[in-house]
Design a protein around this ligand. Structure first.
Ligand code: ACO
Length: 208
């Protein structure tokens, strides 16, 4: 019997999971939740939008499987804080077309897209998203709620703080530290570490 799955977020990440749910054959999607008024009552990506995320608690029964399908780190964190008191499961959705070294430590609620490679002794916190073709070098730590857009490349021993939002194609050399809640612009090339709440752009990357 398949596990019923509730998807929080009917945007791009939710669409990815709905369209590719066959890659995770143990789950069947019951429906989505989204706070956008225009999405209410619609069928999106083949599944119904059941209600708002604000109202989702009343639908989620004990041991329901839930995927928080949101890119924005702060929004993911806020949603998890709202539902964490319920007895829910937060499975990892790691594409069968990704490569994850067996020595990687995995949190919960991960969404890892096709083409991602993660090398040995990395550590991923909870609710980390990695979009297509990210390449994560050895001994990298990516803390909870961080989101990586397509094609992010992290050098060995990079440390990514909680809630960092990495833009498309951004890179670090080895041993970099990116403070919590920072935003990294598309195509930034990071060659020095940055404190928390930085906005980082350019080649070589500088604080905006
Ligand atoms: C599948 C998908 O679609 S995944 C999503 C892919 N999208 C991304 O990766 C988005 C990443 N976001 C960015 O790169 C954004 O531009 C941010 C977050 C860095 C900056 O956004 P904002 O704070 O709104 O900055 P804003 O657009 O006002 O630009 C401020 C300045 O920075 C420059 N700038 C903005 N982004 C970048 C960038 N990635 N690289 C270099 N310069 C940049 C602008 O040209 C502008 O310069 P100016 O002041 O000389 O005119």
């Amino acid at each position: 019997m398949k596990t019923p799955l509730y998807i929080l977020g009917a945007g791009n990440v939710g669409a990815y999971l709905c369209y590719n749910i066959k890659d995770f054959p143990e789950f069947e999607v019951v429906g989505l939740f989204d706070d956008a008024p225009e999405k209410q009552g619609k069928i999106l990506y083949g599944f119904p939008v059941l209600d708002t995320i604000t109202n989702c608690n009343s639908y989620l029964k004990d041991n329901s499987a839930v995927a928080i399908c949101i890119h924005a780190p702060q929004v993911k964190k806020r949603i998890y804080q709202k539902i964490k008191g319920l007895s829910l499961m937060f499975p990892n959705f790691i594409s069968p077309y990704a490569w994850v070294s067996p020595s990687v430590k995995l949190g919960k609620g991960l969404i890892i897209y096709p083409g991602v490679s993660i090398n040995y002794e990395c550590v991923l916190g909870d609710f980390v998203n990695m979009n297509m073709n990210c390449a994560i070098g050895h001994n990298v730590t990516v803390n909870s709620y961080a989101s990586l857009a397509p094609g992010v490349n992290l050098g060995g021993f990079t440390w990514v703080g909680e809630g960092v939002d990495f833009g498309i194609g951004a890179c670090t050399i080895q041993n970099m530290q990116i403070g919590a809640d920072s935003t990294v612009g598309g195509q930034a090339m990071i060659i020095t570490s940055f404190p928390e709440n930085s906005k980082i752009i350019g080649v070589p990357a500088k604080a905006l």
